[in-house]
Design a protein around this ligand. Structure first.
Ligand code: E4P
Length: 215
């Protein structure tokens, strides 16, 4: 399973690269605003220079032609830019336009399996179901991921599922058990994935016993 990091923070991206867990990056307007980015294009270029993997940059237009025009501009920033389009009818139309121009699309803000079906039918390279936000609204977000993967397997769609809106390591575990292609993981969750109290305790005991024996 590929690990993308879900941040626009350059320091977090660099640290994730240092862990060896950086197959790509996803950003969105909120994540860019959080970094108080003044020149978004330059910031995306800097992110793209930190990884050879796909870097998702989201459009802010709402109409199909505006999205397509913004997508073309963003795609020209670097060869590994992927264009994020919201799962709306204009977004699906823009997806088809950008797909025809050879530009990869990540269909985002996906909350139903039917939306994911439309993304695949529109040629999206990636689809991003937001599992954490579904959990927070009383439904099982990971069940949606399982439904999407089942539909894509039924029809042989090549669209890759990026499990997004991840809140804790359990989301990563269930994504792996379901066979999701990618998890896009906030740095706070990524840095917790290797931690387990019994590992810490076991290591402490090993070293204490070793020191005791070494006298
Ligand atoms: C990733 O592509 C999404 O934009 C992101 O995971 C959304 O996460 P949030 O629900 O924490 O905003």
């Amino acid at each position: 399973m590929k690990f993308f990091i879900d941040t626009a923070g350059l320091a977090e991206i660099k640290e994730a690269a240092g862990y060896g867990f950086l197959d790509g990056v996803t950003t969105n307007p909120t994540l860019l605003a959080r970094e108080k980015v003044r020149d978004a294009d330059e910031h995306i270029r800097q992110i793209c220079a930190l990884t050879p993997g796909p870097v998702s940059a989201e459009v802010t237009a709402l109409d199909a032609s505006g999205m397509a025009e913004e997508g073309r501009r963003l795609a020209a920033l670097a060869p590994n830019v992927v264009i994020k389009l919201p799962l709306t009818m204009p977004g699906l139309a823009a997806c088809r336009i950008l797909r025809a121009a050879g530009i990869a699309v990540n269909a985002t803000l996906v909350f139903s399996a039917v939306q994911a079906l439309l993304a695949a039918k529109s040629g999206a390279a990636y689809v991003s179901p937001f599992v954490g936000r579904l959990d927070e609204n009383g439904t099982d977000g990971m069940r949606l991921v399982e439904e999407i993967l089942g539909i894509y397997r039924n029809y042989g769609y090549n669209t890759e599922v990026i499990v997004a809106s991840i809140r804790h390591p359990q989301h990563v575990l269930r994504a792996a058990l379901a066979g999701a292609h990618i998890c896009t993981i906030p740095f706070a969750v990524l840095s917790k994935l290797a931690s387990h109290p019994l590992t810490d305790k076991g290591l402490e005991t090993f070293l204490a016993d070793w020191k005791k024996n070494a006298g």
